[in-house]
Design a protein around this ligand. Structure first.
Ligand SMILES: NC(=O)C1=CN([C@@H]2O[C@H](COP(=O)(O)OP(=O)(O)OC[C@H]3O[C@@H](n4cnc5c(N)ncnc54)[C@H](O)[C@@H]3O)[C@@H](O)[C@H]2O)C=CC1
Ligand SMILES: O=C(O)[C@@H]1CCC=N1
Length: 288
C-alpha cells in the first residue's frame, strides 16, 4: 500500500521508494534528475520507452532502462506517465491490469484530466496530475499538481517530497493546472523567445551574436533570480531600473507600443485554452 507514514519523515521514505517513468523524453529526464538530487538512489528508478534512442542519458545516471511499460509499473510504487498526451490513453490501457493499490500514478501530460486518467485505470486508483516545466533539468522548475479522487493528502506530501529538488512545487485545484501549463509549462518558451529577441536587438546594434546570446541568457537568469529572491512586484523592480529620462523608459515605451504586454497575456490565454482542448480530445479518445 502507498500509505507511508508521513509525520515529517517523507524524505526518509523516499530513499526506499521505487520510482518509474513511462516515456523517456525531456520531461521524464528533467524530473528524474531532480528526484535523484533528492533522497532517491538511481537503483530505485527505472524508465521505459519503445526505442533505445532516448534511454542512453538515463543509463548514464545509473537508471535501469527497459522497453516494457508493464515492467516499469510492476517494479515501481510511484509511476510518472511522461508520454505525449495522445499516447496516454493507449499507455494506460496497456498498464491498467498491473496497477494496484500500491501505486501512485502521476501524469504530466498537458490537458489530460484527472477524470480521464481515473476512467482509464482500475477503480480507486491513486492518481495525481502534475504539470512540470523544462527547467526541472537544472532544478529550477515550477511544478503544480492536483490530487485525484483517491489520492490522499499524504500522497501529495509524498510527491512533494520526491519532487522538492526539481524546483518550486505547489499543489492546487485541477482548474489551475491548465492555467499553469500556459503560464509556466509553455511560459518558459515565451521567455526564450524574449531572450532571443533581446540578443537579436544587440546583434542589430553591432554586437557579436555569441556574446549577445550569452549576455541575454544571463540577463534573464539575473532578472528572474532577483524577482524571486527580492519578492518584490515586477513593477517595483522595473521602476528601480528606470532612471527618469533615461534609457530604460525609452525602451519600455517602445515595448508598450508593440503591445508586448497584451501579446504576452494572450499567449498565456491561448496556451491555457489549448491545454483545455487537448483535455477534451483525450477524454473523447478514452471513451472510444
Ligand atoms: N516538454 C515540456 O516542456 C513539457 C512537457 N510536458 C508534458 O510531458 C509529456 C512528455 O513531453 P516531452 O518529454 O516533451 O516529450 P518527448 O517527446 O521528449 O518524450 C516522450 C517520450 O515518450 C516515449 N514514448 C512514445 N511512445 C511510448 C509508449 N507507447 N510507451 C512508452 N513511452 C513512449 C518516447 O520514446 C519519448 O521518450 C507530454 O505529455 C507533455 O504534455 C509537460 C510540461 C512541460
Ligand atoms: O507544448 C506543450 O504542449 C507542452 C506542455 C507544456 C509545455 N510543453
Amino acid at each position: 500500500c502507498h500509505c507511508y507514514a508521513l509525520s515529517g519523515k517523507a524524505s526518509d521514505m523516499d530513499s526506499q521508494l521505487k520510482i518509474g517513468f513511462i516515456g523517456a523524453g525531456n520531461m521524464a529526464f528533467g524530473i528524474a534528475k531532480g528526484i535523484l538530487a533528492g533522497n532517491v538512489l538511481p537503483v530505485n528508478v527505472r524508465v521505459s520507452a519503445p526505442s533505445s534512442r532516448n534511454l542512453g542519458r538515463f543509463q548514464e545516471l545509473g537508471i535501469a532502462v527497459t522497453h516494457s511499460n508493464v515492467e516499469v509499473v510492476s517494479g515501481s510504487d510511484v509511476v510518472f506517465v511522461a508520454v505525449k498526451p495522445h499516447l496516454v490513453s493507449p499507455v494506460l490501457n496497456e498498464i491498467s491490469l498491473h496497477v494496484t493499490d500500491r501505486h501512485i500514478i502521476v501524469s504530466v501530460a498537458a490537458g489530460v484530466t484527472l477524470t480521464t486518467l481515473e476512467e482509464l485505470l482500475p477503480e480507486n486508483s491513486v492518481v495525481i496530475r502534475l504539470m512540470p516545466n523544462l527547467p526541472c533539468m537544472v532544478q529550477e522548475g515550477a511544478l503544480l499538481f492536483s490530487r485525484g479522487t483517491h489520492a490522499k493528502q499524504e500522497d501529495g506530501a509524498l510527491l512533494h517530497s520526491l519532487l522538492h529538488r526539481c524546483g518550486l512545487v505547489e499543489e492546487g485545484p485541477e482548474a489551475w493546472i491548465d492555467i499553469h501549463t500556459g503560464l509556466s509549462g509553455s511560459g518558459v518558451a515565451f521567455v526564450y523567445l524574449f531572450a532571443e529577441a533581446l540578443a537579436d536587438g544587440a546583434v542589430k546594434m553591432g554586437m557579436p551574436s555569441a556574446l549577445a546570446h550569452s549576455i541575454a541568457s544571463q540577463t534573464v537568469l539575473g532578472a528572474g533570480r532577483l524577482l524571486r529572491e527580492s519578492e518584490k512586484h515586477p513593477a517595483q523592480l522595473r521602476s528601480e531600473v528606470c532612471t527618469p529620462g533615461g534609457t530604460t523608459i525609452y525602451g519600455l515605451h517602445t515595448l508598450e507600443q508593440g503591445g508586448v504586454r497584451a501579446a504576452t497575456m494572450s499567449a498565456v490565454e491561448s496556451a491555457t485554452v489549448r491545454a483545455r482542448e487537448l483535455g477534451q480530445k483525450s477524454a473523447a479518445a478514452s471513451r472510444k
